[in-house]
Design a protein around this ligand. Structure first.
Ligand SMILES: Nc1ncnc2c1ncn2[C@@H]1O[C@H](COP(=O)(O)OP(=O)(O)OP(=O)(O)O)[C@@H](O)[C@H]1O
Ligand SMILES: O=P(O)(O)OC[C@H]1O[C@](O)(CO)[C@@H](O)[C@@H]1O
Ligand SMILES: [Mg+2]
Length: 520
Protein backbone atom coordinates (compact mmCIF):
# COMPACT_ATOMS: atom_id res chain seq x y z
CA UNK A 1 0.00 0.00 0.00
CA UNK A 2 1.41 3.39 -0.89
CA UNK A 3 2.40 5.69 1.91
CA UNK A 4 0.56 8.93 2.52
CA UNK A 5 1.84 12.19 1.21
CA UNK A 6 3.45 13.92 4.20
CA UNK A 7 1.44 17.06 3.61
CA UNK A 8 -1.79 15.17 4.24
CA UNK A 9 -0.79 13.34 7.39
CA UNK A 10 -3.17 11.16 9.35
CA UNK A 11 -5.81 13.63 10.36
CA UNK A 12 -9.23 12.47 11.36
CA UNK A 13 -12.57 14.18 11.63
CA UNK A 14 -12.62 13.22 15.27
CA UNK A 15 -14.44 16.18 16.76
CA UNK A 16 -17.09 16.50 14.10
CA UNK A 17 -17.63 12.85 13.41
CA UNK A 18 -17.62 11.57 16.97
CA UNK A 19 -16.51 8.11 17.92
CA UNK A 20 -17.93 6.08 15.09
CA UNK A 21 -18.16 2.36 15.85
CA UNK A 22 -15.83 0.26 13.77
CA UNK A 23 -17.48 -1.85 11.17
CA UNK A 24 -16.12 -4.44 8.83
CA UNK A 25 -14.78 -2.99 5.64
CA UNK A 26 -16.64 -4.46 2.65
CA UNK A 27 -14.72 -4.69 -0.56
CA UNK A 28 -16.29 -5.76 -3.77
CA UNK A 29 -13.95 -7.74 -5.95
CA UNK A 30 -12.28 -6.06 -8.86
CA UNK A 31 -10.66 -8.44 -11.31
CA UNK A 32 -7.34 -7.19 -12.55
CA UNK A 33 -6.45 -8.32 -16.00
CA UNK A 34 -3.01 -6.79 -15.70
CA UNK A 35 -0.38 -6.52 -13.03
CA UNK A 36 -0.75 -3.66 -10.61
CA UNK A 37 1.67 -0.82 -11.14
CA UNK A 38 2.90 1.19 -8.22
CA UNK A 39 2.46 4.94 -8.38
CA UNK A 40 5.45 6.62 -6.79
CA UNK A 41 4.34 8.31 -3.59
CA UNK A 42 4.85 12.05 -3.33
CA UNK A 43 6.22 11.17 0.11
CA UNK A 44 9.19 9.59 -1.60
CA UNK A 45 9.87 12.69 -3.63
CA UNK A 46 8.26 15.88 -2.30
CA UNK A 47 9.13 17.88 -5.40
CA UNK A 48 6.53 16.03 -7.44
CA UNK A 49 6.43 16.51 -11.18
CA UNK A 50 3.84 15.52 -13.80
CA UNK A 51 6.05 12.60 -14.72
CA UNK A 52 5.18 11.04 -11.39
CA UNK A 53 1.79 10.29 -12.76
CA UNK A 54 3.52 8.33 -15.49
CA UNK A 55 2.83 4.75 -14.45
CA UNK A 56 -0.81 5.56 -13.79
CA UNK A 57 -1.15 7.15 -17.17
CA UNK A 58 -1.52 3.90 -19.07
CA UNK A 59 -4.26 2.87 -16.68
CA UNK A 60 -6.28 5.98 -16.73
CA UNK A 61 -8.67 7.42 -19.24
CA UNK A 62 -9.41 11.10 -19.04
CA UNK A 63 -12.34 11.42 -21.37
CA UNK A 64 -14.97 14.08 -21.58
CA UNK A 65 -18.61 13.16 -21.54
CA UNK A 66 -19.58 13.60 -25.17
CA UNK A 67 -22.10 16.22 -26.09
CA UNK A 68 -24.47 14.29 -28.32
CA UNK A 69 -26.51 16.44 -30.63
CA UNK A 70 -28.90 15.57 -33.37
CA UNK A 71 -27.32 15.12 -36.76
CA UNK A 72 -29.80 13.86 -39.31
CA UNK A 73 -32.64 13.13 -36.92
CA UNK A 74 -31.67 9.50 -36.57
CA UNK A 75 -31.08 8.35 -33.04
CA UNK A 76 -29.38 5.23 -34.36
CA UNK A 77 -26.69 7.21 -36.07
CA UNK A 78 -25.95 9.20 -32.96
CA UNK A 79 -25.70 6.13 -30.80
CA UNK A 80 -23.49 4.35 -33.27
CA UNK A 81 -21.19 7.35 -33.47
CA UNK A 82 -21.06 7.55 -29.74
CA UNK A 83 -20.18 3.89 -29.42
CA UNK A 84 -17.37 4.38 -31.93
CA UNK A 85 -16.06 7.28 -29.95
CA UNK A 86 -16.10 5.48 -26.67
CA UNK A 87 -15.00 1.93 -27.35
CA UNK A 88 -12.40 1.28 -24.67
CA UNK A 89 -9.10 0.41 -26.28
CA UNK A 90 -6.71 -0.73 -23.70
CA UNK A 91 -8.09 -0.76 -20.21
CA UNK A 92 -6.49 -3.46 -18.09
CA UNK A 93 -9.31 -3.56 -15.57
CA UNK A 94 -12.71 -5.14 -15.58
CA UNK A 95 -14.88 -4.24 -12.64
CA UNK A 96 -16.90 -7.04 -11.22
CA UNK A 97 -18.36 -4.90 -8.52
CA UNK A 98 -22.09 -5.26 -8.41
CA UNK A 99 -22.98 -2.07 -6.58
CA UNK A 100 -26.05 -0.51 -8.12
CA UNK A 101 -28.34 -2.12 -10.62
CA UNK A 102 -25.76 -3.83 -12.80
CA UNK A 103 -23.48 -2.58 -15.49
CA UNK A 104 -24.40 0.19 -17.81
CA UNK A 105 -22.82 0.56 -21.21
CA UNK A 106 -21.05 3.69 -22.35
CA UNK A 107 -23.68 3.85 -25.07
CA UNK A 108 -26.69 3.87 -22.78
CA UNK A 109 -28.30 7.20 -23.45
CA UNK A 110 -31.02 9.23 -21.87
CA UNK A 111 -32.83 11.61 -24.12
CA UNK A 112 -32.79 15.25 -23.08
CA UNK A 113 -35.87 16.54 -24.78
CA UNK A 114 -38.06 19.55 -24.48
CA UNK A 115 -40.34 17.24 -22.53
CA UNK A 116 -37.76 17.29 -19.75
CA UNK A 117 -38.21 20.93 -19.29
CA UNK A 118 -41.95 20.57 -19.03
CA UNK A 119 -41.38 18.04 -16.32
CA UNK A 120 -39.18 20.58 -14.55
CA UNK A 121 -42.02 23.03 -15.06
CA UNK A 122 -39.73 25.95 -15.62
CA UNK A 123 -39.83 25.96 -19.33
CA UNK A 124 -39.11 29.68 -19.65
CA UNK A 125 -35.39 29.19 -19.57
CA UNK A 126 -35.69 26.04 -21.63
CA UNK A 127 -37.88 27.02 -24.52
CA UNK A 128 -37.48 25.24 -27.78
CA UNK A 129 -36.21 27.98 -30.02
CA UNK A 130 -35.32 25.70 -32.88
CA UNK A 131 -37.16 22.45 -33.30
CA UNK A 132 -34.83 21.51 -36.15
CA UNK A 133 -31.68 21.75 -34.13
CA UNK A 134 -32.94 20.10 -30.97
CA UNK A 135 -33.18 21.43 -27.46
CA UNK A 136 -31.75 24.75 -26.44
CA UNK A 137 -31.49 26.71 -23.23
CA UNK A 138 -32.74 30.22 -23.57
CA UNK A 139 -30.85 32.83 -21.58
CA UNK A 140 -33.30 35.70 -21.12
CA UNK A 141 -30.62 38.01 -19.74
CA UNK A 142 -28.50 37.70 -22.88
CA UNK A 143 -31.44 36.99 -25.19
CA UNK A 144 -29.42 34.07 -26.42
CA UNK A 145 -30.21 30.45 -27.23
CA UNK A 146 -27.64 27.90 -26.14
CA UNK A 147 -27.79 24.50 -27.87
CA UNK A 148 -28.00 21.46 -25.64
CA UNK A 149 -26.89 17.88 -26.06
CA UNK A 150 -29.87 15.78 -27.09
CA UNK A 151 -28.73 12.88 -25.01
CA UNK A 152 -26.86 12.29 -21.82
CA UNK A 153 -24.96 9.19 -20.78
CA UNK A 154 -26.79 7.15 -18.21
CA UNK A 155 -25.07 7.21 -14.84
CA UNK A 156 -23.98 3.95 -13.25
CA UNK A 157 -21.16 1.45 -13.00
CA UNK A 158 -19.22 0.48 -16.12
CA UNK A 159 -17.75 -2.92 -16.74
CA UNK A 160 -14.43 -1.45 -17.80
CA UNK A 161 -12.78 0.78 -15.28
CA UNK A 162 -9.78 2.96 -15.90
CA UNK A 163 -8.19 3.16 -12.49
CA UNK A 164 -6.50 0.52 -10.47
CA UNK A 165 -8.43 1.15 -7.24
CA UNK A 166 -5.25 0.63 -5.23
CA UNK A 167 -3.69 3.54 -7.06
CA UNK A 168 -6.54 5.96 -6.52
CA UNK A 169 -6.11 8.90 -4.19
CA UNK A 170 -9.46 10.63 -3.94
CA UNK A 171 -10.41 13.97 -2.44
CA UNK A 172 -13.86 15.36 -1.68
CA UNK A 173 -14.61 19.06 -1.21
CA UNK A 174 -17.86 20.87 -0.36
CA UNK A 175 -18.23 24.48 -1.57
CA UNK A 176 -20.55 27.44 -1.15
CA UNK A 177 -23.62 27.69 1.09
CA UNK A 178 -24.92 24.84 3.19
CA UNK A 179 -27.57 22.55 1.82
CA UNK A 180 -29.20 19.49 3.39
CA UNK A 181 -27.56 16.37 2.00
CA UNK A 182 -23.92 17.45 1.81
CA UNK A 183 -22.96 14.83 4.38
CA UNK A 184 -25.06 12.17 2.65
CA UNK A 185 -23.19 12.75 -0.61
CA UNK A 186 -19.79 12.75 1.11
CA UNK A 187 -20.69 9.51 2.86
CA UNK A 188 -21.82 7.77 -0.30
CA UNK A 189 -18.76 8.84 -2.27
CA UNK A 190 -16.62 7.32 0.48
CA UNK A 191 -18.72 4.14 0.61
CA UNK A 192 -18.52 3.70 -3.16
CA UNK A 193 -14.78 4.34 -3.27
CA UNK A 194 -14.47 1.68 -0.61
CA UNK A 195 -16.68 -0.66 -2.65
CA UNK A 196 -14.26 -0.32 -5.56
CA UNK A 197 -11.39 -1.16 -3.25
CA UNK A 198 -9.74 2.24 -2.82
CA UNK A 199 -7.61 1.97 0.34
CA UNK A 200 -9.10 4.04 3.11
CA UNK A 201 -5.87 5.91 3.75
CA UNK A 202 -6.15 7.24 0.20
CA UNK A 203 -9.53 8.94 0.63
CA UNK A 204 -9.44 12.55 1.83
CA UNK A 205 -11.79 15.34 2.72
CA UNK A 206 -10.65 18.87 1.93
CA UNK A 207 -11.54 21.22 4.77
CA UNK A 208 -13.56 24.42 4.34
CA UNK A 209 -14.14 24.42 0.60
CA UNK A 210 -11.52 25.45 -1.92
CA UNK A 211 -9.66 27.27 0.84
CA UNK A 212 -8.64 23.88 2.19
CA UNK A 213 -6.34 23.34 -0.78
CA UNK A 214 -4.38 26.42 0.08
CA UNK A 215 -4.59 26.95 3.83
CA UNK A 216 -1.84 25.21 5.78
CA UNK A 217 -3.99 25.36 8.90
CA UNK A 218 -6.90 23.49 7.32
CA UNK A 219 -5.25 20.19 6.47
CA UNK A 220 -7.23 17.49 4.64
CA UNK A 221 -8.69 14.72 6.74
CA UNK A 222 -8.69 11.02 6.03
CA UNK A 223 -12.12 9.53 5.37
CA UNK A 224 -13.19 5.93 5.74
CA UNK A 225 -16.34 3.88 6.17
CA UNK A 226 -15.89 4.31 9.91
CA UNK A 227 -15.34 8.06 9.95
CA UNK A 228 -18.36 8.80 7.77
CA UNK A 229 -20.63 6.42 9.64
CA UNK A 230 -23.77 8.27 10.71
CA UNK A 231 -22.83 11.64 9.22
CA UNK A 232 -26.00 11.64 7.13
CA UNK A 233 -27.89 12.21 10.36
CA UNK A 234 -26.23 15.60 10.82
CA UNK A 235 -26.88 18.90 9.11
CA UNK A 236 -24.20 21.03 7.48
CA UNK A 237 -21.03 19.52 6.12
CA UNK A 238 -18.54 17.65 8.26
CA UNK A 239 -15.81 18.84 5.90
CA UNK A 240 -16.64 22.52 6.30
CA UNK A 241 -17.28 24.90 3.43
CA UNK A 242 -16.40 28.40 2.27
CA UNK A 243 -16.74 30.88 -0.56
CA UNK A 244 -13.95 32.42 -2.63
CA UNK A 245 -10.36 31.26 -2.98
CA UNK A 246 -10.81 29.90 -6.50
CA UNK A 247 -7.08 30.01 -7.17
CA UNK A 248 -7.24 27.33 -9.80
CA UNK A 249 -3.54 26.94 -10.77
CA UNK A 250 -2.60 26.73 -7.08
CA UNK A 251 -5.32 24.14 -6.46
CA UNK A 252 -4.13 22.02 -9.39
CA UNK A 253 -0.60 22.30 -8.08
CA UNK A 254 -1.88 20.84 -4.79
CA UNK A 255 -3.61 17.99 -6.62
CA UNK A 256 -0.36 17.16 -8.28
CA UNK A 257 1.67 17.45 -5.10
CA UNK A 258 -0.73 15.28 -3.14
CA UNK A 259 -1.12 12.78 -5.97
CA UNK A 260 -4.90 13.19 -6.05
CA UNK A 261 -6.26 11.53 -9.18
CA UNK A 262 -9.99 11.71 -8.41
CA UNK A 263 -11.53 14.97 -7.18
CA UNK A 264 -15.18 15.26 -6.16
CA UNK A 265 -16.52 18.82 -5.95
CA UNK A 266 -19.92 19.19 -4.30
CA UNK A 267 -21.07 22.68 -5.14
CA UNK A 268 -23.59 24.91 -6.85
CA UNK A 269 -23.16 26.98 -10.00
CA UNK A 270 -19.95 28.39 -8.53
CA UNK A 271 -18.59 25.07 -7.28
CA UNK A 272 -19.25 23.41 -10.62
CA UNK A 273 -17.65 26.35 -12.46
CA UNK A 274 -14.63 25.84 -10.22
CA UNK A 275 -14.66 22.09 -10.98
CA UNK A 276 -14.73 22.85 -14.69
CA UNK A 277 -11.81 25.28 -14.38
CA UNK A 278 -9.85 22.74 -12.33
CA UNK A 279 -10.47 20.03 -14.96
CA UNK A 280 -9.34 22.42 -17.69
CA UNK A 281 -6.22 23.43 -15.78
CA UNK A 282 -5.44 19.76 -15.09
CA UNK A 283 -5.58 19.09 -18.81
CA UNK A 284 -3.33 22.06 -19.53
CA UNK A 285 -0.81 21.14 -16.84
CA UNK A 286 -0.88 17.44 -17.69
CA UNK A 287 -2.20 16.45 -14.27
CA UNK A 288 -4.14 13.18 -14.54
CA UNK A 289 -7.13 13.72 -12.32
CA UNK A 290 -10.79 12.97 -12.93
CA UNK A 291 -12.76 15.98 -11.72
CA UNK A 292 -16.39 15.26 -10.90
CA UNK A 293 -19.08 17.73 -9.86
CA UNK A 294 -22.08 16.90 -7.73
CA UNK A 295 -24.56 19.75 -8.17
CA UNK A 296 -25.82 21.22 -4.92
CA UNK A 297 -28.12 24.18 -4.51
CA UNK A 298 -30.73 24.76 -1.91
CA UNK A 299 -32.11 27.39 -4.28
CA UNK A 300 -32.54 24.64 -6.92
CA UNK A 301 -31.03 27.01 -9.45
CA UNK A 302 -29.03 24.55 -11.55
CA UNK A 303 -29.92 24.05 -15.19
CA UNK A 304 -31.16 20.74 -16.56
CA UNK A 305 -31.28 18.88 -13.26
CA UNK A 306 -34.85 17.86 -12.33
CA UNK A 307 -34.14 19.05 -8.81
CA UNK A 308 -31.07 19.57 -6.66
CA UNK A 309 -30.50 17.40 -3.62
CA UNK A 310 -31.63 19.13 -0.44
CA UNK A 311 -34.40 21.01 -2.20
CA UNK A 312 -37.22 18.71 -1.08
CA UNK A 313 -35.90 18.95 2.47
CA UNK A 314 -35.77 22.74 2.27
CA UNK A 315 -39.34 22.97 0.97
CA UNK A 316 -40.59 20.61 3.67
CA UNK A 317 -38.92 22.68 6.39
CA UNK A 318 -39.98 26.01 4.85
CA UNK A 319 -43.58 24.86 5.02
CA UNK A 320 -43.30 24.60 8.79
CA UNK A 321 -42.35 28.27 9.03
CA UNK A 322 -45.23 29.25 6.76
CA UNK A 323 -47.66 27.24 8.85
CA UNK A 324 -46.35 28.91 12.04
CA UNK A 325 -46.69 32.27 10.33
CA UNK A 326 -50.32 31.51 9.61
CA UNK A 327 -50.95 30.57 13.23
CA UNK A 328 -49.45 33.90 14.35
CA UNK A 329 -51.29 36.00 11.80
CA UNK A 330 -54.60 34.26 12.36
CA UNK A 331 -54.36 34.53 16.14
CA UNK A 332 -53.82 38.28 16.12
CA UNK A 333 -55.70 39.22 12.99
CA UNK A 334 -52.35 40.38 11.64
CA UNK A 335 -49.85 40.02 8.84
CA UNK A 336 -46.96 37.55 8.86
CA UNK A 337 -44.01 37.92 6.53
CA UNK A 338 -41.75 34.90 5.99
CA UNK A 339 -38.49 35.33 4.12
CA UNK A 340 -37.07 32.23 2.44
CA UNK A 341 -33.80 31.71 0.58
CA UNK A 342 -33.57 32.21 -3.13
CA UNK A 343 -30.98 34.64 -4.36
CA UNK A 344 -32.07 34.83 -7.97
CA UNK A 345 -34.45 31.86 -8.16
CA UNK A 346 -37.68 31.62 -6.24
CA UNK A 347 -38.16 27.86 -6.30
CA UNK A 348 -38.24 27.36 -2.52
CA UNK A 349 -40.76 30.18 -2.01
CA UNK A 350 -42.93 29.01 -4.89
CA UNK A 351 -42.93 25.33 -3.92
CA UNK A 352 -43.34 25.91 -0.19
CA UNK A 353 -46.21 28.33 -0.87
CA UNK A 354 -47.87 25.81 -3.14
CA UNK A 355 -47.32 22.88 -0.81
CA UNK A 356 -48.38 24.57 2.42
CA UNK A 357 -51.58 26.04 1.09
CA UNK A 358 -51.41 28.84 3.70
CA UNK A 359 -49.77 31.61 1.69
CA UNK A 360 -51.73 34.59 0.43
CA UNK A 361 -48.93 36.41 -1.37
CA UNK A 362 -45.77 34.93 -2.86
CA UNK A 363 -42.97 37.18 -4.08
CA UNK A 364 -40.00 35.82 -6.05
CA UNK A 365 -36.95 37.42 -7.67
CA UNK A 366 -38.07 36.55 -11.18
CA UNK A 367 -41.19 38.72 -10.97
CA UNK A 368 -41.06 42.44 -10.25
CA UNK A 369 -43.83 44.01 -8.23
CA UNK A 370 -45.11 47.46 -7.44
CA UNK A 371 -45.15 48.24 -3.72
CA UNK A 372 -48.44 50.14 -3.85
CA UNK A 373 -50.16 47.32 -5.72
CA UNK A 374 -48.75 44.81 -3.25
CA UNK A 375 -50.12 46.83 -0.31
CA UNK A 376 -53.52 47.13 -2.01
CA UNK A 377 -53.61 43.36 -2.50
CA UNK A 378 -52.68 42.73 1.14
CA UNK A 379 -55.39 45.18 2.19
CA UNK A 380 -57.95 43.30 0.11
CA UNK A 381 -56.91 40.03 1.76
CA UNK A 382 -57.16 41.59 5.22
CA UNK A 383 -60.63 42.87 4.39
CA UNK A 384 -61.68 39.43 3.20
CA UNK A 385 -60.29 37.20 5.92
CA UNK A 386 -58.69 39.36 8.58
CA UNK A 387 -55.16 37.98 8.34
CA UNK A 388 -52.50 37.57 5.70
CA UNK A 389 -49.41 35.44 5.14
CA UNK A 390 -46.73 36.81 2.81
CA UNK A 391 -43.92 34.56 1.60
CA UNK A 392 -40.99 36.39 0.06
CA UNK A 393 -37.82 34.98 -1.50
CA UNK A 394 -34.74 36.90 -0.42
CA UNK A 395 -33.90 38.05 -3.95
CA UNK A 396 -37.35 39.53 -4.62
CA UNK A 397 -37.99 43.25 -4.81
CA UNK A 398 -34.34 44.30 -4.79
CA UNK A 399 -35.21 47.11 -7.19
CA UNK A 400 -37.86 48.66 -4.96
CA UNK A 401 -35.66 49.07 -1.87
CA UNK A 402 -32.77 51.06 -3.17
CA UNK A 403 -32.32 51.80 -6.83
CA UNK A 404 -28.57 51.49 -6.43
CA UNK A 405 -29.11 47.69 -6.38
CA UNK A 406 -27.14 44.98 -4.55
CA UNK A 407 -24.55 46.03 -2.00
CA UNK A 408 -21.42 44.52 -3.47
CA UNK A 409 -20.55 40.86 -3.78
CA UNK A 410 -19.41 38.08 -1.47
CA UNK A 411 -16.04 36.33 -1.74
CA UNK A 412 -17.33 34.16 -4.60
CA UNK A 413 -18.78 37.07 -6.55
CA UNK A 414 -22.42 36.46 -5.57
CA UNK A 415 -24.41 39.67 -5.05
CA UNK A 416 -25.00 40.74 -1.45
CA UNK A 417 -28.72 41.37 -1.20
CA UNK A 418 -30.71 44.01 0.64
CA UNK A 419 -33.11 42.60 3.24
CA UNK A 420 -36.53 42.46 1.59
CA UNK A 421 -38.09 40.79 4.65
CA UNK A 422 -37.29 43.61 7.05
CA UNK A 423 -38.22 46.14 4.40
CA UNK A 424 -41.69 44.65 3.86
CA UNK A 425 -42.28 44.31 7.59
CA UNK A 426 -41.61 48.05 8.02
CA UNK A 427 -43.72 48.99 5.01
CA UNK A 428 -46.68 46.95 6.31
CA UNK A 429 -46.29 48.38 9.82
CA UNK A 430 -46.51 51.89 8.42
CA UNK A 431 -49.33 51.16 6.03
CA UNK A 432 -51.50 49.00 8.35
CA UNK A 433 -51.45 51.00 11.58
CA UNK A 434 -52.50 48.99 14.62
CA UNK A 435 -52.18 45.68 12.79
CA UNK A 436 -49.80 43.15 14.32
CA UNK A 437 -47.00 42.46 11.80
CA UNK A 438 -44.74 39.49 12.49
CA UNK A 439 -41.52 38.82 10.61
CA UNK A 440 -40.02 35.33 10.45
CA UNK A 441 -36.65 34.58 8.84
CA UNK A 442 -35.98 30.82 9.01
CA UNK A 443 -33.39 30.85 6.18
CA UNK A 444 -30.33 29.45 7.94
CA UNK A 445 -32.44 27.12 10.08
CA UNK A 446 -33.83 25.56 6.92
CA UNK A 447 -30.56 24.92 5.18
CA UNK A 448 -28.78 23.49 8.22
CA UNK A 449 -31.01 20.47 8.82
CA UNK A 450 -30.41 16.84 7.81
CA UNK A 451 -32.19 15.43 4.77
CA UNK A 452 -35.64 13.91 4.53
CA UNK A 453 -36.03 10.51 2.91
CA UNK A 454 -36.38 11.52 -0.74
CA UNK A 455 -33.21 13.56 -0.58
CA UNK A 456 -31.40 10.86 1.35
CA UNK A 457 -32.02 8.34 -1.39
CA UNK A 458 -31.21 10.91 -4.07
CA UNK A 459 -27.86 11.73 -2.42
CA UNK A 460 -26.95 8.06 -2.26
CA UNK A 461 -27.43 7.58 -5.97
CA UNK A 462 -25.58 10.82 -6.80
CA UNK A 463 -22.62 9.86 -4.61
CA UNK A 464 -22.45 6.41 -6.21
CA UNK A 465 -22.82 7.82 -9.73
CA UNK A 466 -20.01 10.32 -9.18
CA UNK A 467 -17.58 7.51 -8.31
CA UNK A 468 -18.78 5.24 -11.14
CA UNK A 469 -18.16 8.07 -13.61
CA UNK A 470 -14.65 8.71 -12.32
CA UNK A 471 -13.79 5.00 -12.51
CA UNK A 472 -15.20 4.94 -16.03
CA UNK A 473 -12.49 7.47 -16.80
CA UNK A 474 -14.63 10.55 -17.25
CA UNK A 475 -13.66 14.01 -16.16
CA UNK A 476 -15.22 17.47 -16.21
CA UNK A 477 -18.70 16.04 -15.73
CA UNK A 478 -21.48 16.26 -13.23
CA UNK A 479 -24.08 13.77 -12.07
CA UNK A 480 -27.77 14.51 -11.85
CA UNK A 481 -31.34 13.47 -12.28
CA UNK A 482 -32.59 14.51 -15.71
CA UNK A 483 -36.10 13.67 -16.77
CA UNK A 484 -36.22 11.14 -13.91
CA UNK A 485 -33.04 9.36 -15.11
CA UNK A 486 -29.65 9.54 -13.43
CA UNK A 487 -27.10 10.79 -15.94
CA UNK A 488 -23.59 12.10 -16.45
CA UNK A 489 -23.58 15.56 -18.04
CA UNK A 490 -20.70 17.68 -19.28
CA UNK A 491 -20.21 20.28 -16.54
CA UNK A 492 -20.33 23.06 -19.10
CA UNK A 493 -24.01 22.29 -19.78
CA UNK A 494 -25.11 23.22 -16.27
CA UNK A 495 -22.99 26.26 -15.48
CA UNK A 496 -23.99 28.60 -18.27
CA UNK A 497 -26.41 30.56 -16.12
CA UNK A 498 -28.65 29.83 -13.15
CA UNK A 499 -32.01 28.20 -13.59
CA UNK A 500 -34.93 30.43 -12.68
CA UNK A 501 -38.69 30.15 -12.30
CA UNK A 502 -40.52 30.78 -15.55
CA UNK A 503 -43.13 33.51 -14.96
CA UNK A 504 -45.07 32.05 -17.91
CA UNK A 505 -44.54 28.47 -16.83
CA UNK A 506 -47.13 26.10 -15.46
CA UNK A 507 -45.92 25.90 -11.91
CA UNK A 508 -45.90 29.62 -11.20
CA UNK A 509 -49.25 30.08 -12.88
CA UNK A 510 -50.71 27.19 -10.95
CA UNK A 511 -49.68 28.89 -7.72
CA UNK A 512 -50.98 32.27 -8.84
CA UNK A 513 -54.33 30.71 -9.64
CA UNK A 514 -54.43 28.79 -6.37
CA UNK A 515 -53.89 31.91 -4.25
CA UNK A 516 -55.61 34.30 -6.63
CA UNK A 517 -52.56 36.55 -6.84
CA UNK A 518 -52.84 39.27 -9.47
CA UNK A 519 -49.94 40.69 -11.49
CA UNK A 520 -48.54 43.44 -9.33
N1 LIG B 1 -16.78 31.13 -12.30
C1 LIG B 1 -16.04 30.52 -11.38
N2 LIG B 1 -14.87 29.92 -11.72
C2 LIG B 1 -14.13 29.28 -10.80
N3 LIG B 1 -14.46 29.18 -9.50
C3 LIG B 1 -15.60 29.74 -9.11
C4 LIG B 1 -16.46 30.44 -10.01
N4 LIG B 1 -17.53 30.90 -9.33
C5 LIG B 1 -17.36 30.50 -8.06
N5 LIG B 1 -16.21 29.82 -7.91
C6 LIG B 1 -15.70 29.23 -6.67
O1 LIG B 1 -16.50 28.10 -6.36
C7 LIG B 1 -16.73 28.01 -4.97
C8 LIG B 1 -18.21 27.93 -4.70
O2 LIG B 1 -18.89 29.08 -5.25
P1 LIG B 1 -20.07 29.79 -4.47
O3 LIG B 1 -19.56 30.32 -3.17
O4 LIG B 1 -20.74 30.73 -5.37
O5 LIG B 1 -21.01 28.61 -4.08
P2 LIG B 1 -21.86 27.65 -5.01
O6 LIG B 1 -21.05 26.45 -5.27
O7 LIG B 1 -22.34 28.41 -6.20
O8 LIG B 1 -23.03 27.32 -4.05
P3 LIG B 1 -24.21 28.31 -3.62
O9 LIG B 1 -25.40 27.83 -4.36
O10 LIG B 1 -24.31 28.14 -2.18
O11 LIG B 1 -23.81 29.70 -4.00
C9 LIG B 1 -16.10 29.23 -4.34
O12 LIG B 1 -14.95 28.84 -3.63
C10 LIG B 1 -15.85 30.17 -5.50
O13 LIG B 1 -14.70 30.95 -5.33
O1 LIG C 1 -24.92 33.72 3.83
P1 LIG C 1 -24.26 32.76 2.92
O2 LIG C 1 -23.68 31.60 3.61
O3 LIG C 1 -23.29 33.41 1.98
O4 LIG C 1 -25.37 32.12 2.01
C1 LIG C 1 -26.52 32.77 1.61
C2 LIG C 1 -26.88 32.38 0.22
O5 LIG C 1 -26.66 31.03 -0.01
C3 LIG C 1 -27.77 30.47 -0.67
O6 LIG C 1 -28.43 29.67 0.26
C4 LIG C 1 -27.34 29.64 -1.84
O7 LIG C 1 -26.57 28.60 -1.36
C5 LIG C 1 -28.63 31.62 -1.11
O8 LIG C 1 -29.99 31.32 -1.14
C6 LIG C 1 -28.29 32.65 -0.09
O9 LIG C 1 -28.42 33.93 -0.62
MG1 LIG D 1 -23.04 30.36 -6.12
Amino acid sequence: MRSLPPSLGHHRLSADLGQAPLCASRRLPVVMAAAKEEVPSPAASPAASPAQNGPAKQLQRIASIPVVTRTDGSDYLEIRNLRDALTPQDSPFVATNNAGAGFVGDTDLVRISIMNYDSQESSGSHRDHGAQTGAVLYDPAKNQAIPLPNFALRSGPRKTIYHNPKDVTAAIVTCGGLCPGLNDVVQNIVYTLDDYGVPEDQIFGIRYGLRGFLDRHAKPVQLSRQTVDGIQLKGGTVLGTSRGNAKIPAIVERLRLWGINQLYVIGGNGGNAAAHSIAKECREQGVLCNVVGVPKSIDNDIQLIDRCFGFDTAVEEAQRSLISARVEARSSGGISVVKLMGRQSGFIAMNASMASGVVDVCLIPEIRFDLEKLCDFVQAIMARKDYCVVCVAEGAGQDIMDSSGPKGTDASGNPILQDIGVFLRDVFKKRFKGVDVKYIDPSYMIRSIPTITTDRIYCKVLGQGAVHGAFAGYTDFTVGLVNTHYVFLPTTTIIQFPRTVDPRGRQWNRLKTAINQPDM
